[in-house]
Design a protein around this ligand. Structure first.
Ligand code: C2E
Ligand code: SIN
Ligand code: SIN
Ligand code: SIN
Ligand code: FE
Ligand code: FE
Length: 639
């Protein structure tokens, strides 16, 4: 053994500096430990250094890095290192052969002659022992280790301990990632149109926002790994709801809303840091800054930062993607929504950061584009309309008359807001049947709520009397503002205009579809509509007592293959039905006997919810040859 001089203070500093620069530029943990071992060796002027790690089952210790020996694994409490680990004590020995704790086996195997030794135990964050740092055979003139060497070695061993902790964490991240990939796979599978790229993008957006917000690089990475699990609770949502090809009704909405809490309870008991973060994300990603979210109506900074970040990432991505129930929004509309929802749905500070980092967001969006697998889509050539509200009056969980023909045309405005939310701002034409409140109510609210999202004038189309009533008695600056005199934010056009409809005239909607009004029989002037798309059509009565004009239209136009007829009251209320010009099951099926065609589907709507079960029972009683379908909010009519 050649003797070297003990190191002076300046030399120590220089060594530390050299090695720590090395360490901070290294990414692989194994390499870091190896550099730290070199550093420990140099700092203590020793001949060899070994870093020992306690095994997962805590039965053995093994050499992570060792100078001059092969990989070794020995019982946890054996030898001098074992003693240090067992007693959680640092050990300095001048001559190991005079110490009966020493196990000379290793020297025998390796042919090495150990003499002096310094061992420092290493601890995890919870004070649990995770290994030991050992140097052997001091090379300096003094020939053995002292307290100064111990202090110096502490520098290296503390770093090594931190590195080992980080390694364990990243090992865990990998393990958990496998679990996640597996579970998310199940989610993705059950959601035929949502590709894996959705979660990938949400992950990347979350990381961008986390870093911009000032979270540490590690925490941002943790959130990136955790955020793909935000919708893990959806695995427990029945398929009929999850993949419903249309808008939810109130009942379905309630079931879906449980996914946040479900996801949380699925993973909340895990001790893994990643899954802990994921549990928070699953729980809080639908909370809203203004307290109107779910499941706990948390608000402001009570919502965990992970929840606030994922909310933005998730909604941004959902809006930009096709879903089974909606088309993707244009980038401009999405940004409008984020402006609008700043400090409402979203954390204002994060919303600002979102806008400041749009270039990064777009990079991710473009890198992980969706590629739709067309094969997964069923071939379905039939036309459809969607029932936004099916009932004859408003009640908790029941919406009133409205039908969506396409994105910009609806018939009646009973339940637009609840059913379409911001998508109401796409609506350009509302074809009104009559002026009763349950058919016009949401004209007022859809303008009010999403005014700044609107780009086109809203056109209210109806019979002259209907238009006159709405003007004079509803949007009259007394009950509600006269929006026909208010200009849109985004153009000089007025927010609303009125158009008188002509009975019997066919109005084209686009190249393939048209709409035509026919007269109906109610207490105020009223009409029904025939909506034709390609070569088929559906006829909608709205409120009526007589069915004679409907029957005439249906007999006359063989392209009509579906009809929607109202049935408001049970038979015991026949006299009220007659004066208010509505149908009961008995009267309805009596009148339908005049219809000769039997190749037509019958849908029933406008039931008063409080009589729902009675009316359903009576429909069964009186239906005769018919197989009527009773409409609910969120249903579809395929025709
Ligand atoms: P998701 O499809 O991943 O959407 C996540 C969130 O993005 C939604 O949370 C909502 O805040 C926002 N979002 C996406 N598209 C739109 C949109 O067109 N309009 C509005 N207003 N917001 C949009 P939310 O609403 O809590 O929904 C949670 C999940 O419930 C959705 O996850 C989706 O899987 C499902 N879902 C919600 N509504 C319907 C629906 O009407 N029909 C069907 N089939 N699924 C729905
Ligand atoms: C020990 O005896 O301390 C373990 C083996 C060795 O480092 O020599
Ligand atoms: C979504 O788009 O995924 C859900 C929420 C909604 O459209 O209202
Ligand atoms: C309506 O015609 O739907 C309103 C009046 C009523 O329910 O009788
Ligand atoms: Fe969700
Ligand atoms: Fe009515």
């Amino acid at each position: 053994m050649k003797n070297v001089k003990s190191l002076g203070a300046n030399e120590i500093l220089e060594l530390v500096f050299i090695y720590l620069t090395d360490v901070s530029s290294l990414r692989a943990h194994d390499e870091i430990i190896s550099v730290l071992a070199n550093m420990g060796k140099a700092l203590t002027s020793s001949d060899r250094c070994t870093v020992w790690v306690v095994s997962d089952d805590k039965k053995t210790i093994w050499t992570k890095v060792a100078h001059g020996i092969e990989h070794l694994e020995i019982p946890i409490y054996s030898g001098i290192v074992g003693s240090s680990i067992k007693n959680k004590k640092k050990i300095i020995i001048d001559n190991v052969y005079e110490d009966d704790r020493f196990n000379p086996e290793i020297d025998k195997q390796t042919g090495y002659a150990t003499k002096s030794m310094l061992v420092i135990p290493m601890f995890g964050h919870d004070e649990e022992i995770i290994g030991a740092f050992q140097v052997m055979n001091n090379q300096s003139n003094k020939g053995n280790f002292d307290n100064r060497d111990m202090q110096r070695l502490m520098l290296a061993s503390t770093y090594a301990a931190e590195t080992l902790i980080a390694m364990k964490l990243s090992q865990e991240v990998e393990e958990t990632q496998r679990e996640v990939v597996f579970t998310m796979g199940a989610v993705a599978e059950s959601r035929s149109k949502e590709t894996g790229n959705h979660v990938r993008r949400v992950a990347e957006y979350s990381k961008i926002l986390a870093l911009a917000y000032g979270l540490s690089a590690e925490e941002a990475e943790l959130l990136k790994q955790a955020s793909p699990m935000h919708d893990i609770g959806k695995v427990a949502i029945p398929d009929s709801i999850l993949n419903k090809p249309g808008r939810f009704n109130a009942q379905e909405r309630r079931v879906m809303d449980t996914h946040a809490e479900l996801g949380y309870s699925m993973i909340k008991n895990s001790q893994r840091p990643l899954l802990k973060a994921a549990a928070i994300v699953a729980y809080e990603h639908h909370e809203k800054w203004d307290g109107s979210g779910y499941p706990n109506k948390k608000s402001g900074e009570d919502i965990h930062i992970y929840g606030r970040i994922t909310a933005i990432a998730d909604v941004y991505d959902a809006l930009g993607s096709d879903r089974v129930y909606k088309k993707a929004w244009t980038p401009e509309r999405i940004l409008e929504l984020f402006k609008e929802q700043r400090a409402k749905h979203f954390d204002p500070k994060l919303t600002d950061l979102f806008f400041e980092n749009l270039d990064k967001i777009y990079e991710v969006r473009d890198e992980f584009k969706d590629e739709y697998k067309e094969v997964e889509l069923e071939e379905d050539t039939s036309e459809s309309i969607s029932i936004l509200g099916a009932y004859g009056t408003k009640a908790k969980g029941f919406g009133t008359s409205s039908f969506a023909l396409d994105k910009i045309n609806v018939i009646d405005a009973g339940n637009l807001l609840e059913a379409l939310d911001e998508e109401c701002s796409f609506i350009e034409n509302i074809w009104i049947t009559h002026s009763h409140l349950d058919h016009i109510a949401d004209i007022a609210y859809i303008l009010d709520n999403y005014f700044s999202l609107r780009t086109k004038t809203l056109n209210i189309i109806g019979l002259p009397e209907t238009i006159e009533t709405i003007r004079k008695h509803y949007l009259n600056n007394l009950i509600w503002p006269d929006f026909s005199k208010i200009a849109l934010d985004n153009s000089s056009e007025m927010a609303l205009k009125y158009t008188i409809i002509e009975i019997g005239k066919e109005y084209p909607l686009d190249d393939t579809s048209s709409i035509k009004a026919f007269p109906t029989d109610h207490t105020v002037d009223s009409c029904g509509y025939i909506y034709k798309k390609n070569s088929t059509a559906v006829i909608i009565t709205a409120d009526t007592y007589s069915l004679s004009s409907l029957i005439a239209e249906v007999e006359d136009d063989k392209s009509i293959n579906s009809m929607v007829i109202e049935c408001s009251f049970p038979s015991e209320m026949e006299s009220l039905a007659i004066v208010s010009k509505h149908l009961t099951p008995k009267i309805l099926f009596e009148k339908l006997k005049k219809l000769k065609r039997d190749d037509i589907d019958l849908y029933i709507n406008h039931i008063k919810p409080m009589f729902l079960f009675k009316i359903i029972a009576e429909i069964e009683e009186y239906k005769g040859k018919w197989e009527p379908i009773i409409l609910k909010d969120g249903d579809f009519i395929k025709f």
